[in-house]
Design a protein around this ligand. Structure first.
Ligand code: TXA
Ligand code: MG
Length: 342
């Protein structure tokens, strides 16, 4: 299959690919997605094949506005509309009870479905023109870092899908925040582009699923099936170093070998001579870190590094999402620089 690159002007062509059951790369504000008609089970199954995605990992349905929620969900709590009003279009996915018209291929048999309204004018126009909800996981091959521009998606998907719409670089850079509104207390299943603090301001109490912060023990089942897989990982093993940034830099400096890769804050780029260094933004600039973290992880695969160390932001704001992606890339191989010095 030849994969065509489309531009922002090709909305009708893109919509036709979706309507015909094809696979389409779509830009969003978070990361690029691999979209198909979310009501066409065969098309949805081809998403899993193209990605090499495990069969038990459900997809998110993308819609152009909150009024579409009723078509695919039932027992929708008032909080869903409050959140939609405040944060849609934007980097928030809500898990709600699904209706029977949502194919099992999308939900992997769950009685819930993740719903999201992405903040990208081109993709919103494509979904409206297609007239169907778009099932879309991130546009990477399974296990790889998510793509934040069309060329990264092409790297993973060339020859496997019909087309990719180039809508520029993603402004947020990490995937959407996922909140489960079917739990007795709203539950954060994945930290992402919308900070947990913003959700708490609207919802009050929000529980954080264990899978967000720590590796699961053998046999333990996370609420978001995707959280159990090693993910975002470069080929070389990653170690995440937590703690105050001067300390983490010192810890990493003491461990440099001949082919070491380092993910660091901008302030520290010159401190790792002879290493492959990927900086992800200034210490406190968590938005910039979110925009750059996947590109940094992806970049090492073009080098000969055999070990990667990463400085890690704290959990406030988008730091929770950036830290989560780094820790997942590391398979939760984490050291605390403060404890290591003590
Ligand atoms: O920003 C995003 O959310 C991007 C863009 C393309 O919209 N999409 C994305 O999709 O990140 P994906 O498939 O890479 O991640 C979806 C996550 C997975 O961890 C999956 O297990 C979880 O959402 N998920 C989907 N439906 C669910 C459900 N009904 N209940 C719990 N978790 C669900
Ligand atoms: Mg993904």
């Amino acid at each position: 299959m030849k994969t065509t690159l489309l531009t922002e002007r090709d909305i009708e062509t893109a919509a036709a690919i979706l309507r015909d059951g094809g696979l389409l790369g779509i830009p969003t504000e978070t990361v690029y997605g691999l979209g198909a008609d979310g009501l066409n089970a065969d098309a949805v199954r081809r998403i899993f094949e193209a990605k090499g995605r495990p069969q038990d990992n459900p997809l998110i349905l993308h819609i152009p506005e909150a009024s579409w929620l009723e078509r695919y969900c039932r027992n929708i709590p008032a909080a869903a509309y409050t959140l939609a009003e405040k944060f849609w279009p934007g980097p928030l996915t809500m898990v709600l009870r699904r209706r029977a018209n949502v194919p099992n291929a999308v939900t992997c048999g769950l009685n819930t479905v993740g719903m999201r309204c992405p903040d990208h004018p081109v993709t919103l126009a494509i979904i409206r023109a297609a007239g169907v909800p778009v099932a879309a996981p991130s546009g990477n091959r399974s296990g790889r870092p998510s793509p934040t521009c069309a060329s990264h998606m092409l790297e993973d998907m060339d020859g496997r899908i019909d087309a990719i719409v180039d809508g520029g670089s993603c402004g947020v850079g990490v995937e959407s925040t996922i909140i489960d509104l079917t739990a007795p207390v709203p539950r954060l299943l994945r930290p992402g582009g919308l900070p947990l603090e913003a959700l708490r301001e609207v919802l009050g109490e929000v529980e954080v699923d264990r899978a967000v912060l720590a590796p699961l023990s053998a046999g333990e089942k996370p609420k978001a099936p995707g959280m159990k897989y090693r993910h975002y990982a470069p080929r070389a093993p990653v170690t995440v170093v937590t703690g105050e940034s001067r300390r983490t830099a010192r810890y990493i400096r003491r461990r440099l070998g001949e082919h070491t890769g380092v993910i660091c804050f901008d302030e520290y780029t010159s401190e790792f001579p002879g290493c492959v260094v990927e900086s992800i933004g200034s210490v406190e600039d968590r938005e910039e870190q979110a925009r750059r973290v996947f590109d940094a992880l992806r970049a090492f695969d073009e080098t000969n590094v055999d070990a990667i160390y990463a400085q890690c932001p704290g959990d406030a704001g988008l730091g929770l999402a950036v830290a989560n992606r780094l820790k997942k890339a590391a398979g939760f191989q984490i050291v605390d620089a403060g404890e290591a010095e003590a």
